[in-house]
Ligand binder design. Structure first.
Ligand code: 13P
Length: 230
């Protein structure tokens, strides 16, 4: 199973270092095949001593150049970062990242052999329209994306379940993952959206779920370690 923690705009360099120490200690008993990937904020990217994969929540699709406020490949290379999150709904929504821009990012980082966690998810008004509308919406988020890329992981994160405390139901996750797997085949598929200690076992037992992408519940190392060991 994959346990990915997306810190979003939380934690500092100092608290991330403490977090990684604590999580390392507390996940010693985890199954060998279980994998932990952490996405700290950019200011906390460093060469940490741990078995976890450290990835970035965002970067610009450029080696270096005049892109005020962004970082490119040169900055990631300095820390040996080879994993990136692309397509998170918060970037699509708040930062206005279009499918076209995401495709450019995807292709650039694919060319650089990055592991890409590509996020898709529908808003509530689409979910309310029914399953067919949901699948149409989700599949459109694959436009321009090479879903056969061998270093790709997909994260299904229904927007209405993110940060709301209310995860999708087993039936909603199950039917959506089944339909997505028909399209993406062997590619790993994570679920994200209010995954926490109280629902982690249930979520991970659903067929077609290969792990979780966790926001709020990943912020505390002790709590996240319990999810990994659950
Ligand atoms: P929450 O776990 O806080 O709902 O966030 C999920 C998410 O957006 C992870 O990328």
């Amino acid at each position: 199973m994959i346990f990915a923690g997306n810190f979003k705009t939380n934690h500092t360099r100092q608290s991330t270092a403490l977090y990684i120490k604590e999580l390392t200690q507390k996940t010693k008993a985890k199954k060998e095949e279980d994998r932990i990937i952490l996405f700290p904020p950019l200011t906390a990217i460093d060469d940490y001593e741990s078995d976890f994969t450290i990835g970035v929540q965002n970067a610009y699709h450029i080696q270096n150049g005049a892109y005020t406020g962004e970082i490119g490949l040169e900055q990631l290379d300095e820390f040996g970062i080879k994993t990136i999150l692309i397509g998170h709904s918060e970037r699509r929504e708040h930062l206005g990242e279009s499918q076209e821009l995401l495709t450019q990012k995807f292709n650039f980082f694919k060319e650089e052999a990055f592991e890409i966690i590509y996020c898709i998810g529908e808003p509530l008004e689409v979910r309310k329209k029914g399953f067919e509308a949901v699948m149409k919406y989700l599949l459109a988020q694959f436009d321009g994306i090479d879903i056969a890329y061998d270093k790709l992981i997909i994260a299904y994160e229904p927007i209405w379940a993110i940060g709301t405390g209310r995860s999708a139901t087993v039936e909603e996750i199950s039917s959506t993952h089944r339909a997505l797997k028909n399209v993406i085949k062997e590619t790993a598929l994570l679920y994200g959206g209010s995954a926490k200690l109280s629902n982690i076992k249930e979520i991970l037992s659903i067929a077609g779920v290969d792990g979780v992408l966790v926001g709020s519940a990943s912020l505390d190392a002790d709590g996240f370690s319990k999810m990994v060991l659950a």
